[in-house]
Design a protein around this ligand. Structure first.
Ligand code: SAM
Length: 314
């Protein structure tokens, strides 16, 4: 496996010989700055899990997360021996936050439209509370909405009784217990028919699971845990079992480059590497880029049996 690492947009060090195309490249820097200088029509798919509270990955909020109190991150109460992972407090978003989120995704979708080849797909993780703030700017930027991938994931989020009034309202939940995570699926319009676009740009469709089975929009996927979390202790780690299915589907002919502009610990890049697909990862936080450098080869090296033994898919 060969890869290159770039620090703040500069070529850092690389393991790939000069004439060899690396399997993946990692950049430390701002995704928007990177995208503004990306060559037009150079990326074939995007698979990403962006920041949502906008502020949740700011230095002050990350300090509060590490301290275990205050800020947008909440540590849900644990019970039955289950440790619950920190979650950003999306329900406290104000109107100003909502405007900022819309602006964030408008500023993301415009340069993505330019950097992507015709027919390129975008898979973008979201949640049922804020997905509309992602989808509208993507459609306004000219993307076609091609559906949603429903990740069936049984977290311990939601379903709680009214705070400090549990005994008074024992039969009431404030919100449904969350059992799914939507991933918006968008496509840059094709040039001509899908078959023309596939020939010219290698994009436009989704890779089938097998000749008999098309890619499906419902995927059962347990939260990342155990060995994956030990390898990549990012607060928003996504599981390999799920990401490998998504990245594989994103390049219909297995050719081209997948971008994750918000790679965190590099789980998308690792999934692409495990599938033998080329990718580029960016993160603004140096600590996470270093985490990704170390984690990617180890995550990519986990076999399907090891992922199953780790509880994947259930
Ligand atoms: C939800 S996390 C992604 C986690 C990833 N799915 C994983 O499995 O590790 C979002 C990431 O976006 C990064 N980020 C936030 N703003 C950014 C920006 N403007 N440019 C690049 N990365 C950014 C954060 O540092 C964070 O690691």
């Amino acid at each position: 496996m060969t890869y290159r690492t770039h620090a703040s947009g500069q070529l850092g060090w690389r393991l790939a010989p000069r004439d060899e195309t690396p399997l993946y490249e990692l950049f430390h820097g701002d995704a928007f700055a990177w995208l503004s200088s990306a060559p037009p029509s150079s990326i074939h798919a995007v698979v990403t899990d962006p920041p949502y509270g906008l502020v949740e990955y700011s230095e002050s909020q990350l300090r509060k997360l590490k301290a275990g109190k205050g800020g947008i991150w909440r540590i849900p109460p644990s019970f039955d021996g289950c440790r619950r992972n920190p979650l950003p407090r999306f329900t406290v978003l104000t109107e100003k936050d909502r405007v900022s989120l819309r602006t964030f995704f408008a500023e993301l979708s415009d340069p993505l439209m330019r950097a992507l080849v015709p027919g390129a797909h975008v898979f973008i993780a979201t949640n049922p509370l804020v997905s509309y703030l992602v989808y509208e700017p993507f459609i306004a930027a000219g993307f076609e909405k091609r559906g949603e991938i429903i990740r069936v994931v049984h977290t311990l989020r939601g379903g709680d009784r009214p705070k400090n009034a549990h005994d008074e309202f024992p039969d009431v939940s404030v919100m449904p217990k969350s059992c799914w995570e939507p991933w918006g699926l968008f496509r840059k319009p094709c040039e001509g028919r899908v078959q023309d676009n596939l020939r010219k740009w290698k994009t436009g469709g989704l890779r089938r699971i097998s000749p008999e089975l098309p890619f499906k929009d419902l995927i059962s996927s347990a939260p990342a845990r155990g060995i994956e979390r030990e390898i990549a202790p990012h607060p928003s780690l996504k599981p390999q079992h799920f990401l490998r299915q998504i990245v594989r589907a994103s390049l219909p002919l297995g050719e081209g480059v997948i971008l994750d502009p918000f790679m965190g610990s590099g789980s998308t890049i690792a999934a692409a590497a495990a599938c033998g697909l080329r990718s580029i990862g960016i993160d603004a936080n140096r600590e996470y880029v270093e985490m990704a450098q170390a984690a990617i080869p180890r995550l990519a090296g986990l076999s399907p049996e090891e992922l199953r033994a780790n509880g994947a898919g259930v």
